[in-house]
Design a protein. Structure first.
Length: 264
């Protein structure tokens, strides 16, 4: 069977790419599983203190943390479109001035939104003096889908999203690189906010699904190549057989004519 070079190379390239992408998705899934195991381990570990010394995000994210300081209530930001139990609401994000220097953003919790007037903020309590806050270090205070950046522009009380670096530039506060997702006060204090946070989802199943899709495409390319090769081989065989029969039919009259001339 004659192998056609260009189609064969194309099929091999498709298979190589899709198989490699499948392994990449598998590796991503393994990385996320390792991260999920770390998150589970951090949940039972002692909280790390947060002070004036900068803590790199890569070293502190998902760890339990504890910070002592005073909330700057006048610099609060309300993150819109954060539903809880199908009810619209805000996340209340507020800087905490740390004892000993420095600042850290704290996502204090969820607050229901007035459906008729989103600017009418429901009442909640901000402790006036020093407090001890415990929580989880996160890269941001959660991110919501946003078309454009107008909904997160600086100097707005109500925004769609809030980045640590952009807020530090806006306020001039030397913020830590992370946000504390508050889980409570030490000692306990009721401030009227809901802190029933969603469990971090690494979405490993999606990566495994993509892995199977890429490998399925590789198998499909292989199957198509084998089918095309088999079809081409059958076509070539049929063509050769037809040409052979045509050649034999062409020789028979010539033989008959020679016999007739001899008899004459």
């Amino acid at each position: 069977m004659k192998i056609r070079l260009v189609p064969t190379l194309l099929i091999l390239i498709v298979m190589a790419v899709t198989i490699r992408l499948g392994f990449w998705q598998r590796d991503r899934a393994h990385q996320k599983e390792a991260l999920q195991a770390q998150i589970t381990q951090y949940e039972s570990s002692a909280p790390q203190p947060v002070g004036a010394a900068p803590l790199p995000l890569k070293d502190i994210e998902f760890h339990r943390v504890r910070a002592t300081g005073t909330f700057l209530a006048e610099r609060v930001v309300y993150l819109d479109n954060r539903p809880y139990n199908d009810q619209p609401g805000f996340y209340v994000v507020m800087p905490l001035k740390l004892e000993g220097g420095g600042y850290v953003l704290v996502n204090r919790g969820w607050l229901p939104r007035n459906v008729a007037d989103r600017t009418a903020i429901a009442p909640y309590v901000t402790p006036p003096g020093p407090v001890v806050v415990e929580g989880i270090a996160r890269a941001n205070a959660s991110r919501a889908f946003e078309l454009g950046a107008g909904g997160s522009a600086a100097h707005q009380k109500i925004r769609q999203n809030l980045g640590v670096a952009s807020y530090a530039a806006e306020t001039g506060l030397p913020l830590q690189s992370f946000v504390i997702q508050q889980t409570g006060f030490v000692p306990a204090f009721k401030d009227g906010l809901v802190r029933d946070w969603p469990v971090p989802d690494t979405d490993v199943e999606r990566n495994y699904g993509y892995m199977l899709q890429w490998w399925g495409m590789a198998l499909a390319a292989l199957g198509f190549g084998l089918f095309a090769a088999r079809k081409a081989a059958k076509s070539a065989a049929t063509k050769a057989r037809t040409e052979g029969e045509a050649g034999r039919h062409a020789e028979e009259p010539a033989g008959q004519d020679a016999g007739s001339a001899k008899d004459a």
